[in-house]
Ligand binder design. Structure first.
Ligand code: PLP
Length: 395
């Protein structure tokens, strides 16, 4: 009998090193090792009480049915209002498609735009899953190294333009950026927009950290630059990080009305609709967004300041204050030869989980990413141990 095979795209997928790290941390914890987990990519607290109550009420009302593949109309109205008030993005609810998290929104965008062998520009440092997601759609990721300026990794527009070919279909923009915490400035966004107009390229703008910015930094959506740029942009975002709702799996795409029709069709054929109860829960989050977001920002601003204070004790590490997100992206001292070995030793010898920079592209191979979506004790214990191991290596 002929052998059963998986698709060649599936066979070539690479697993996530972050998942391996977390598994090993769990194993160590079960052996009684104290773990300082600075690897987590999600808010540490529960979802807000109003969100939980709205979901319970929805269940009790019998909201257990399919809804329109575009998402609940009431939710899309709330999102349109939120996008206008928070980001100045003027959209009609018909331009919104509610998805299964921003991963679902990104997948929909890629499925809608990409043909086999199309090229997708990804700027370093980039969120790890992008490259594999692109491959899963049969397209080719083209990675653009960053330029390093005083320990900060910035977009290299010359390298970006030089990488454009006739097969280039889209560029992924991620601001605020995971892992670097960088928020793109208006002039950087304009440069990107101009390049995309000049070369007729789509923009998929992953704005999942849009609400997590630190004063006086403001998040600007590339879709607000001009109607022409909005027409070539699909925004992919979610309530995961802003409202501590990762497990509800609720996100959305924003696109032109014509593109939104296609996104909704593909949503229908892949998941039918995002979970109905989660949609009602998200609606409650948008109803209370001002209070929920200001409380959340204050919490992370406090933690960010704590991370900054702790790293000031270890000046061999190059720490640049993140402008957004809950990640610190820190350049390790020159006497640490191999960052991946350092990250492994941190886990095995000190119980500290961080991510090695290589996962985000070659330009960041001298960096480690720490998440401060955790409590002060874990942050303090973790960073102190990072400093200790570095000192042991130095002396
Ligand atoms: C840059 C980036 N995009 C997308 C996601 C996925 O988020 P969601 O939970 O909305 O699917 C994450 C999650 O870590 C992320 O960091």
């Amino acid at each position: 009998m002929a052998e059963l095979t998986l698709s060649s795209l599936a066979q070539n997928l690479v697993g996530s090193s972050a998942v391996d790290n977390q598994r090993r941390a769990k194993q160590l914890a079960s052996q009684g090792v104290e773990i300082y987990d600075l690897g987590i990519g999600e808010p540490d607290g529960d979802s807000p009480e109003v969100v939980k109550q709205a979901a319970i009420a929805a269940i009790n009302r019998g909201e257990s049915h399919y809804v329109d593949p575009r998402g609940l109309e009431a939710l899309r109205e709330k999102i349109a209002d939120f996008e206008w008030r928070c980001h100045g993005l003027k959209i009609d609810p018909l331009q919104i498609v509610v998805t299964v998290g921003s991963l679902g929104a990104l997948s929909l965008a890629f499925r809608t735009l990409l043909d086999a062998n199309d090229e997708v520009l990804i700027l370093e440092p980039f969120w790890g899953p992008y490259a594999n997601m692109i491959k899963l759609f049969g397209a080719k990721p083209v990675v653009i190294p960053a330029v390093e300026v005083d320990g900060a990794l910035l977009p290299d527009f010359v390298a970006l333009e030089n990488s454009i070919t006739e097969r280039t279909k889209l560029v992924i923009l991620n601001s605020p950026n995971n892992p670097s915490g960088k928020v793109w400035s208006l002039s950087e966004l304009q440069k990107l927009g101009e390049l995309c107009e000049q070369h007729n390229i789509w923009i998929v703008s992953d704005e999942v950290y849009s609400e997590l910015v630190y004063d006086p930094i403001k998040h600007v959506s590339v879709a607000t630059l001009s109607p022409a740029i909005a027409a070539r942009t699909i925004v992919a975002t979610s309530v995961s990080k802003s409202f501590a709702m990762t497990g509800w799996r609720l996100g959305y795409c924003i696109a032109s009305p014509e593109v939104a029709v296609v996104l909704a069709k593909i949503n229908h054929y892949t998941v039918r609709c995002a979970a109905t109860v989660s949609q009602w829960a998200a609606l409650a989050a948008f109803d209370h967004f001002e209070d929920l977001l200001s409380e959340m920002r204050a919490r992370y601003a406090h933690r960010c300041a704590l991370v900054e204070r702790l790293f000031s004790r270890y000046p061999d590490f190059q720490f640049i204050k993140p402008e957004g997100t809950f990640y610190a992206f820190v350049k390790v001292p020159h006497y640490i030869d191999d960052v991946e070995v350092f990250v492994k030793r941190l886990l095995e010898e000190k119980g500290v989980v961080v991510s090695a920079g290589k996962a985000y592209g070659q330009s960041s191979r001298r960096f480690i990413r720490l998440s401060f979506a955790t409590n002060d004790l874990v942050i303090e214990g973790g960073i102190t141990r990072i400093g200790e191991l570095a000192n042991q290596i130095k002396h």
